[in-house]
Design a binder for this molecule. Sequence first.
Ligand SMILES: [Zn+2]
Ligand SMILES: [Zn+2]
Length: 332
Amino acid sequence: MDAWVVARPGPITSRPLERTRLPVPAPGPGEVLVKVEACAVCRTDLHLAEGDLPPRRPGTVPGHEVVGRVAAGGPDTVRLAPGTRVGVAWLRSTCGRCRYCRRGAENLCPASTYTGWDADGGYAGYLTAPEDYVYPLPEDAPAEKLAPLLCAGIIGYRALLRCDLPAGGRLGIYGFGASAHLTAQIAIAQGATVHVLTRSAGARELAVTLGAASAGGAADSPPEPLDAAILFAPAGELVPVALAALDRGGTLAVAGIHLSDIPALDYRRHLFQERTLRSVTANTRADGRGYLELAAAYPPHVATVAYPFDAADRALDDLAAGRFEGAAVLVR
Ligand SMILES: [Zn+2]
Ligand SMILES: [Zn+2]
């Protein structure tokens, strides 16, 4: 099969991705083999290609927002018949036994593994995944529109839960890429007032089209104090900016897996009056199911830019340079 691998992690201009051919993988016990229809491009793929996230094994195929069909089941698979349309997401496996797994916080499992990091992902013709971590998907939506839901959608949903937005509250969204544009739509549908703060003029336009109450520059002050905020941009310098924009008792959730350094905080301006700063670490399968049910009931507008499979390196380059709005999706 055709595949892309992270050959030499480094700046995207040094072409860290390499096109290659690999044997179609054989599903192990409990795993299904999935034939890929589409795979969305996540900023995490860029962090892996550039080495901001160190590789866990050499020459791994990236991609963890995969829509495809079960092509075969390995030994002991019972749930998903061949032909079933499925999504493969970031969380690939957890131990099921540790204190975090036992209390419903499997996203914190120290033994967790990830698609496209610990195992080959969806920038390929096929991939394998444990069937217990694969999500059945509806038949009636195009793969290009479903793929971004699998990380951008699910992680954004968890970030929204983590920022403790009160009903009808005022939410600030910093950065407005694939995940943010999906998250804003849930918050607006649930009655929140959403203020978007981002450097891209195109993203500000998209935000207003999707129903944001205001859209300003990345470090601007929103027009009113915020009950909650989510930082999607991987920019640590925005942490004090967003904390200062919170009202008393507000919470800032940092959605990304990688963040540049956070400048020194001023206790009185940034944290006192019970402001809270939180991270968001991957997601649980319950988050995944919860979000995908919500997206099936209230289908979001998914802004996508399709790239042919051959152009994965160009898609990452365009993401790094901010050349599109919404999500890039590799379509086979
Ligand atoms: Zn565990
Ligand atoms: Zn992702």
